[in-house]
Design a protein around this ligand. Sequence first.
Ligand code: UD1
Length: 365
Amino acid sequence: MKKIISVVGARPNFMKIAPIHFQFSKYKNTLSHLICHTGQHYDEKMSKIFFDELGLPKPDFYLGVGSGSHAVQTAAVMVAFEKILSAEKPDLVLVAGDVNSTIACSLVAKKLHIAVAHVEAGLRSFDRGMPEEINRILTDTISDFLFVTEESGMQNLKKEGIADEKVFFTGNVMIDSLVSNLPLIDASAIRSQLQIEDTEYLLVTLHRPSNVDDRDSLSDILGLLNKHARGRKVVFPVHPRTRSNIKAFGLQEEIAPEVILTEPIGYIDFVHLVKNARVIITDSGGIQEESTFLGVQCVTLRDNTERPITVSVGTNHLAGTDVAKADSVIADVLAGKVKKGGIPPLWDGKAAERICQELIQHSLS
Ligand code: UD1
């Protein structure tokens, strides 16, 4: 019996691991698939709700590391995960995305000579000021299996000298979760709960340190939201980092009444809001992909994206972090200068199946 431990830590990991877990479950006579939750995200609404909604089992291991500086958080995951690996001795550790738990666990596994598979490999923003970019580069460098979501990832890995035989273009597992949950997503009652059923609304998410950790940037962005809230609603589920900064900077009073602030929203309700929004304003990575798949216009408040296919093929508009520029991009999109958008190759709901097949063929049989 081969043993695999998949790692989840932060919110965007859960919907990436769920479809992989369901694929591995088909081989339970020959594969034992265990899930380790590092506890990087721990609030009910940042973590447990996703397990429940996605049908993931309770994690086999919970490290409970919580928040902290990058060094504190990464080191805490490493120390706790090494104990799990030493006891369990799995054949493979599977990590996803670019969060601190991703690099922490792959590094520990590699040093114990355990093979590492990285799901969502090869993405690059080329901005080394982003903690995620460091996590991506380091994880890809030491991984044995690199599963790529879009063509740019294949090119990036080639340029970095990663051997072709380690790299597999398998598509986007986040879209697998979206596709398999579409009936529930369509049935969500969140718009009636927020009383926006008959209203055009903008959906906003913000959590990048570059946008929300600086008072002036956050204040400027809130001003931008107020402006575009005139005559329509703005729905803004607030990430804990952003909520604590709004409070710390004393910006609560600057937010217009048309801006509906909510707690973080669960997966099904959130994707329902994405699907029905007039425009999305975000700095998230995953939402750029979900909006592209759903054909919804997305304005990204960043200077770069590690997911360029959402701009070249999808509905994403890269507006930068200069609010005047972002303001004119949002105004253009609202005025009808929209992108028709297409669905990128292999974003078809079958990425996890391809990943599982490659692993069985190359390592787990
Ligand atoms: C992390 C990831 C980021 C990802 C994001 C998704 C890294 C470096 N960053 O950023 O790539 O896009 O998750 O949400 O891994 N907090 C809570 N409750 C929680 C979790 C966090 O209150 O359940 C608060 C804490 O005050 C914490 C802060 O949010 O200090 C930031 O959490 P952290 O995990 O450090 O980074 P994120 O900003 O969430």
